[in-house]
Ligand binder design. Structure first.
Ligand code: MG
Length: 296
């Protein structure tokens, strides 16, 4: 989050009405433990950071002035939880059967996992606008997705060990310029226009989600439900995704993997329903929250 022009790590309450100022708690408690300046740095620090966060949270509740640590969310600017990833965001393509069918046919259902990436400059937070980019695309589309945030470094990770490498989960809207995606064959340009990876509103630590493969996911445009499915329907499960990507390639703390989108994208409608200026796109995932952005 950004508070008084300064970037800080916050913890939200369950209803996400408040942000708890952990940095203030760290200072007031005179903790000697390491305190990161960004969440990415914290994630890179491993489990010790997670322990510090829970210790600070518990400490706040024992304080007579505990209210001083709670800030109403309207008073801060929520940034993307990882505002500037160190590398491209990994994305799984064609990972929900119904989405593959709306974009093509049965023959397009992948036998092997399909991975493309988005440039780090695509990332924006909850309160930023998605640029319409009408000088380069006439077909801007949404894709609501569950995203995995890696917490532990690993290479050639087995499916059995995959979940241990996860730090937590967030929401990504894999905004896509369909005309560029098609014209240039390789997806990269159509997936990497500035501001086309809204992320957040928060990262939920893995301890807060028992079964990431059983979460309801909905995307709404101006309140109209376009996508509604469960992460149960993924063709390649989360352990399979981590195992496949890490075959010979090191995954590192802070790496982000968007796990694919269900059916109901704008291109899937007849006629297609691409995004226009002023549209409000919301991606809601159970246990994580709602990622809301306006197209401008
Ligand atoms: Mg996608």
């Amino acid at each position: 989050m950004e508070m008084k022009g300064e970037q800080r790590i916050g913890l939200t309450d369950e209803a996400q009405n408040y942000v708890i100022d952990l940095q203030k708690a760290h200072e007031d408690k005179m903790e000697e433990s390491f305190w990161p300046s960004t969440l990415l740095e914290g994630i890179e620090h491993g489990e010790e950071f997670v322990d510090t966060v829970s210790r600070l949270r518990d400490w706040i509740f024992t304080q007579r002035n505990s209210k001083d640590y709670f800030i109403r969310q309207e008073e801060v600017r929520l940034l993307a939880p990882i505002a500037r990833p160190r590398k491209n965001i990994f994305c799984v393509g064609k990972n929900y059967r119904e989405h593959v069918l709306e974009m093509g046919s049965e023959e397009d259902i992948p036998e092997h996992i399909m991975i493309f990436t988005k440039a780090p400059t695509t990332v924006i937070g909850q309160q930023e606008s998605i640029p319409l980019h009408d000088d380069v695309t006439a077909q801007l589309d949404y894709e609501g997705e569950l995203a995995i945030v890696i917490g532990k470094k690993g290479k050639s990770i087995s499916k059995d060990d995959a979940m241990e490498h996860i730090f937590g989960y967030t929401i990504v809207n894999d905004i896509t310029a369909r005309d560029l995606q098609k014209r240039h064959k390789q997806f990269f340009l159509g997936k990497s226009l500035d501001g086309t990876c809204p992320m957040g509103p928060v990262i939920v630590h893995k301890s807060g989600i028992d079964d990431p493969q059983c979460l309801s996911l909905k995307t709404l445009v101006n309140g109209d439900v376009r996508q509604s499915d469960s992460t149960k329907q993924m063709i390649f499960s989360i352990p399979e995704i981590i195992a496949s990507i890490s075959k010979g390639m090191t995954l590192e703390p802070g790496d982000i993997i968007a796990t694919g989108t269900p059916s109901g994208v704008g291109k899937g409608f007849n006629p297609p329903r691409f995004l226009k200026g002023g549209d409000v796109v919301e991606v809601c995932i159970e246990k994580i929250g709602t990622l809301r952005n306006t197209v401008k």
